[in-house]
Design a protein around this ligand. Sequence first.
Ligand code: NDP
Ligand code: A1CAB
Length: 268
Amino acid sequence: MKVLVIGAGNMGLTYSEGMSNSTLLGKHNLKIYDTDPKKIKTLNKQPQFDVYDNLEDSLPKSDIIFIAVKPFHSEDLFSKMKPLINDQQIFVSLMAGVTIDTIKDQLNAKKVVRAMPNLPAKVGKGVTSYTESEAVSKIELIMVRNLLDTTGTSIHVNTEKFIDASTGISGSGPAYVFYFMQSMLEAALKMGFSDYDSKVLVSNTFEGAIELFNQSNLSPEGWIDRVASKGGTTQAAIDSMEDNNVKQLIQDAAYAAFDRAVELGKDK
Ligand SMILES: NC(=O)C1=CN([C@@H]2O[C@H](COP(=O)(O)OP(=O)(O)OC[C@H]3O[C@@H](n4cnc5c(N)ncnc54)[C@H](OP(=O)(O)O)[C@@H]3O)[C@@H](O)[C@H]2O)C=CC1
Ligand SMILES: O=C(O)[C@@H]1CCC=N1
């Protein structure tokens, strides 16, 4: 099985690294194509990849093709790919918004998997949702899932609505967590802690809370109750968040990302 990754940016390179570290693909079965000469130069120093600066030499002989360019580059890319593809190839799009129908139409492809990963894939802790066009067989879907799982874990969804929805939860989600971290870091700095101490306080608080959550059956609300004493400091913080409608604002943000994913699909 030969795999080609198109676009060696955040996601494309992350997936390439994940797949190259697994035993699924032998040597010279993983190719990367990018248009940026600087990226090509850097990648050429990494022996685990076969690096290409053109589609003619990389695309026709590949079985599974990951597409990891920005959505607004897809139309131009598809027009260049179209004359070089065949009906047996499977195209796995990691792009936000771009629908399976758009890919089938603009690329003239039959077998398409649409996936929504997230950036913790870089450390093997990614979560990817995916769904497929009718022409993708069960065996082919298992092969794709195995590749997706090289970067963490995955969930299969039955409709593309859930790909757009998961963009609002897990795809963009790491940025919401970082936003929360940044806010706490800024509060710690304001209180007078050094950069280093602020980082230690905040990052260990996040890590510890996630670990507690993962090792129990308790909901986040259940854990809040364990932290908060009646009339105490945590209750003061939670009351402040509730008074300011923070929960609703976070939900609104997730829906804004979901809506934007749908909108990106309509732009095509
Ligand atoms: N970043 C994230 O956390 C997530 C991203 N995604 C999706 O992944 C996709 C890629 O995002 P990301 O990795 O962040 O983007 P990047 O801009 O980091 O990477 C895209 C890469 O593709 C290159 N490129 C552009 N046009 C072409 C082309 N025609 N042929 C080959 N390579 C090309 C770009 O080069 P150049 O820089 O010169 O344009 C760049 O190196 C997006 O569609 C996004 O929606 C999904 C989930 C999470
Ligand atoms: O912001 C974006 O559009 C992409 C999709 C999900 C995360 N990054």
